[in-house]
Structure formats: structure tokens, C-alpha cells
Design a protein around this ligand. Sequence first.
Ligand code: ZN
Length: 274
Amino acid sequence: MWGVSTIETATFGPARAWLGFRARDMTHQASSSSALVVAPHPDDETLGCGATIARKTALGHRVRVVIVTDGRRSHASLVIPAAELATRRKCEVIEACAALGVPQGDVVWLGHEDQRAAEHRAEIAESLTTLAAEMDAEEVYSPSPVDRNADHRAIGEAVRGLVRERNLRCAVYEYPIWFWTLRTWAGPGRVTGLSLARAGLGPARAALAAGVRLVRTDEFISRKHDALARHASQMMNLTGEADWETLAPSFLRSFFGPHELFFAVNEPNGERHG
Ligand SMILES: [Zn+2]
């Protein structure tokens, strides 16, 4: 019987390569634009867009990172209470953003409770509108609602709503995170041959439905590695508890290739790509 990580490697490796083949390279545009990066939880900014953020800041473009929820529910620990975990994760994301060239003043912590983003959707949408307008952001990077995580979905849909209502007129791209796990496509049941087939079909369908874009990681990949290491609570077992999960290598592989992948939601200046 294959393990889930083996299946993920076998499925998502070719899926990533295929999406990369179909994607339009927007590295040039990303190298010359400011951005507001919207992260549902601390670490999404690094996983989804770390190298793109590092590229922008290295070239002198402002990046503001908004962390929407406090990440207190990533682990249920008897040693570290949820509120303390949230405090740790706030420190971790400030350090991670520093590694990507984003100063602390540009890391905005909205502090909504983890897994409750949907209950605050209007408030979150208003905060994001203000934050993007204040810095006159040329691009917004937002989580993909395709990710079957309630916070990612709620926040991604809130941003799509802002685009539809024309409250956000700049370029908007979505980045996939939980997209790269079998569970997103196979659903909550047992992993079977059928779920394996779905795991391959899901990314293919999502890619066909959206314009796929890529930003090359180039030399910025090392800063992305540095940033991810700062998310210690996600990378190491802090308490020794048996159920303290860390991000699996088979999952992380999706984020450390030759490019970061995005789905285009709004491209007011489409001619700038290429
Ligand atoms: Zn997340």
C-alpha cells in the first residue's frame, strides 16, 4: 500500500510540471511592482509567495504582508496554550518577513481567531481595501478558494468580491497552498484509486479554469528557505508531543521548485505579462 506522501509526490510532481508548462511567466512584472500579500495564517505568505516577496523587496518595491488570523489552532497542545501559540506565531511571521526583506512596520496582524475568518468576512474585506489603497498596491496576492481550508476559502472569496465590486482594481493573483495535498482533492475519506485520480484531475481542472502565472524563484529560493525556518512551530516539534505535526517534506516540495505558481483573478494591464 502506498503512503499518502508517496502518492502526493507521484501525483503533484507531474501536476506542478504541467501547470508550470502552461503558465505565463510574469517574473518581469513581479520584479517591478509593489504588492499586498494576504495570508490567512502565519506561514502562508512564505509558502505561497516567499520568493516573489524577496524578489520585490530586493529590487526596492514595497511589500506589505497582512496576516488575517492568529494561527492558534495549528496544534492542540497540552504544553503550549492556544493564546501562547498565537503569540509565538506572530513573532515567527515577523522574523520570516524580515528574512524576505519586509520590515516589521509592513507586517500587519489583523488577529482574527484561527478558523473563524468566515465570521468576519465583511470586516476583513474592509481592512484589505484600506491596506491596499493606503500603499497604492500594484498587485495583491491572495489565498486560493480552491484550497479546502475554511479560512483560505473565506479570505480568497472576500478578495474576489472586492474585485467584482471594483473596490480592488489592481492586479490580483491567488496562490495555492492546500491545493498541493491529496486531502484537498480526495475529500475526507480513505485515500483510494479513485481519490488518486481525483487528486490529478483537481489541479488540472483548476488550471483550465484560471489563467496560470509563474514567477521564477531563482536566487531568492534561499531566502524563502530562511523564512520558512523562522516558522519554528510549523517546522519543529516544540513540545515533544506525539501529535505535534510538522510540515511534511512531500508537501513542502510543492513550494521550493523553480517557480511559484499563481492563478490570475484580475489583470488590468494584461499586456505587461511576458
Ligand atoms: Zn493557512
